[in-house]
Ligand binder design. Sequence first.
Ligand SMILES: NC(=O)c1ccc[n+]([C@@H]2O[C@H](COP(=O)([O-])OP(=O)(O)OC[C@H]3O[C@@H](n4cnc5c(N)ncnc54)[C@H](O)[C@@H]3O)[C@@H](O)[C@H]2O)c1
Length: 339
Amino acid sequence: MRVLVTGGAGYVGSVLVPLLLDHGYQVRVVDWGMFGLEHVDARAELIEGDIIDFRPEWLEGVDAVIHLAGLSNDPMAAFSPPLNYVLNAAGTAIVAQAAREAGVRRFVFSSTCSVYGFSPQGEADETTDARPTFPYAVSKLMGERSLLCLEDEAFRPIVLRFGTIVGWSPRLRFDLVVNTMVKTALSQGRVVVFNPDIWRPLLDVRDAARAYMLALEAPLDVTGVFNVAAENYRLPRLAEEVASALAEAGVPARVEVERRPDVRSYRVSSARAREVLGFRPQRAMRDTVLELVARIRDAGIEDFDDPRYYNVEGMKRFLAEGRTPWAVVRALGPSEGGR
Ligand SMILES: NC(=O)c1ccc[n+]([C@@H]2O[C@H](COP(=O)([O-])OP(=O)(O)OC[C@H]3O[C@@H](n4cnc5c(N)ncnc54)[C@H](O)[C@@H]3O)[C@@H](O)[C@H]2O)c1
């Protein structure tokens, strides 16, 4: 089976693509290289391209699409809401429409549990009303909606709403909650809880990659939305678990609590993913933290402030280089608020 992975050079893609190759899939990656293309597995076919300018020939011989490309967090979306809506909403519809026209049946989309916005009461399931108020989550919901509109007997979309994905990837990010905690522990001897009241569902990036594979392998009668997370955490408990694993790795860190406002707090149920897709997370928080510390040490990472580890910084650099190839978005530029 040949799979097209859009955005396959990113944080999740750099773990997912080797997993698919190891399991006998042929993989074609389309990515415009916002954070470089050097982490794409050499066994994959790589096309440096922009999903807004999607070419039908990228789908030749393709049996399924995993769509990861887009802006992938709130700071990026806030920096340029127009670009966010173009990439995440229109971009998803553009890729999906092309896939449907090419007769590709399975389409897997990487959405987010942050579509549940501020809803800390109880666990949200896929029937819970999702009414986010901030650009990233609204744009992901728009992407979801376009897929569900296109669904028919021949086009079979699966939407995976992930919790925050954390852990080691060759294309490392330090702007994800656990990765940030490990970074501040290594660089400053502390783990910071930004707001003790909020909830976040989390999962390891390897478990996320396995969830994509399960979606590829699901029978074609399976479609629709799935929450995917290993566990819901209140941030103080998360910090204690992370600090305890860090101590085991020989990295002492004190937990500090701040009270910054946050518009996102949500807990989710992943029961549908468990029952229908057979999703069973395999990695505990301790595994994630121990691996992160070991890999960061092996890789000799010491400059924790390098912009390459922070998506919004990489995006600013990419845009400053004039790398968005379409005039319409160049004309829109970043919003005043995001400058
Ligand atoms: N990381 C998380 O915690 C998380 C959680 C839920 C959902 N997601 C979603 O999963 C996907 C992957 O996340 P990630 O953490 O790997 O993000 P990432 O930012 O590391 O990777 C995204 C990749 O998409 C590429 N891309 C962006 N716009 C493109 C375009 N127009 N054409 C071609 N390529 C383009 C980028 O160059 C980058 O390599 C994203 O859609 C994100 O919204 C991520």
